[in-house]
Design a protein around this ligand. Structure first.
Ligand code: GMT
Length: 373
């Protein structure tokens, strides 16, 4: 197949999933064309059948806002014609699904559009009256629409009154990359042998509830010797630094900023904290599970579909900091319980979310769409 992919190429779950899926499709022999404003950050090595087409918006002085959406639609159509693409798979509805619709109008009906909803494109932007109707339009005009969890399907139907079929295809993890690793060399640099390492990775947006991460850690470290690694940057980064200072925790919390080698970092940790207010899937919880690291967090959105509560992690209501801290302390103080959670997590990641299985589901969907079924 000849497959176009559009996504947000920067750090973020939807871009990661799109890029990794493109790589898997290329490994299976398909021609893959990324059409994005920047090189997807996980693209990595050279693949002979992966192409990258950059989108650049015109910055002519008359325009108050550069017309990126039009430039993207136009580039999609150009690439589709030149390389005879069978379909374009867009990740994140806004503006990608609408741009793909425009591109299809510019090409012809044999060029198909697959849209994958990732979460905030529905749960946050779907609430915005200036975008709501056009998001519905993009979803309704796509040839196939997938969402990354059952919960996101439910929310999309409820919030946007969509009644077309939405197919659930879970996110996946490549276990060649995400698996328990020996990181004893770097562990020594981060914590003393008796200390546990807690980890949080996010874009520090308010939905991630980073202040709860600090509150949970504060309670945990009073009972269990521990360090906290905070990976990522975003709007609540400064607040997190302030909270760490106020609580006298600066020598126990390391702000690591943006990091690329997430798999190694996760293997370093004993526990992942993810107390989000919204989370359509929670890719980082899956990546942690695949490395044998349990998650303690909230039961928001699709997280309970990823983390099996009481088996591979513990989930509580949003904002229930006390309960999350108690769960973390329990797991970190009971080696048998911890080992069971870790092993069940490895098994769950392998059985439900393995890359090959999910790639099969997308490949099958692409074929059905191309065949008009
Ligand atoms: O979590 C974010 O704010 C980033 C966002 C994105 O678009 O990359 O993540 C969303 O998509 C990920 C990949 O499908 C999911 O794992 C995240 O749960 C989802 N984020 C939210 O729903 C808040």
């Amino acid at each position: 197949m000849r497959i176009g992919i559009t996504c947000y190429p920067s750090h973020g779950g939807s871009g990661v999933v799109a890029t990794e899926l493109g790589k898997l499709m290329a490994e299976r022999g398909h021609q893959v064309h990324f059409i994005t404003y920047d090189m997807p950050f996980r693209l990595g090595h050279f693949f002979h059948n992966i192409h990258y087409h950059e989108v650049e918006a015109n910055r002519y002085a008359v325009f108050r806002y550069p017309p990126y959406d039009l430039a993207l639609a136009s580039r999609m159509a150009q690439v589709a014609k030149l390389h005879q693409l069978d379909l374009i798979h867009v990740h994140y509805a806004v503006p990608h699904a609408i741009c793909a619709y425009l591109a299809k109008e510019m090409v012809d009906d044999s060029f198909k559009v697959v849209t994958t909803l990732h979460g905030t494109d529905i749960t946050v932007l779907g609430e915005d009256p200036s975008l709501r109707d056009i998001i519905c339009f993009g979803i309704n005009q796509s040839d196939a629409v997938t969402a990354v969890s059952d919960d996101l399907i439910r929310q999309t139907k409820e919030m946007l009154c969509i009644d077309r079929p939405l197919e659930r295809i879970y996110n996946f993890v490549d276990q060649r990359v995400y698996s328990p690793r020996d990181i004893s060399d770097i562990r020594e640099q981060c914590a003393r042998p008796e200390e546990k390492i807690l980890l949080h990775i996010s874009n520090f947006r308010p939905v991630k509830r980073v202040p709860d991460v600090i509150r949970i850690f504060d309670q945990v470290q009073k009972k269990v010797p521990a360090k906290l690694l905070l990976v990522g940057e975003g709007p609540e980064w400064s607040l997190a630094v302030e909270m760490a200072q106020e609580r006298g925790l600066t020598d126990k919390i390391t702000f690591m900023g943006k990091q690329d080698e997430v798999a190694r970092l996760i293997s370093l940790a004993d526990l992942l904290l993810l107390p989000s207010a919204k989370e359509s899937f929670g890719l980082v919880a899956l990546e942690a599970m695949a490395c044998g690291v349990p998650t303690v967090g909230s039961n928001a959105g699709g997280l309970p579909e990823v983390v099996a509560d009481g088996e591979t992690g513990f989930l509580s209501g949003i904002g229930e900091v006390e309960a999350m801290a108690d769960h973390a302390i329990r797991l970190l103080s009971d080696p048998d319980l911890y080992r069971r959670f870790s092993e069940m997590g490895l098994e769950r990641a392998r059985d439900r979310f393995c890359a090959e299985k999910i790639a099969d589901q997308y490949e099958d969907l692409y074929q059905r769409v191309i065949d008009g079924k």
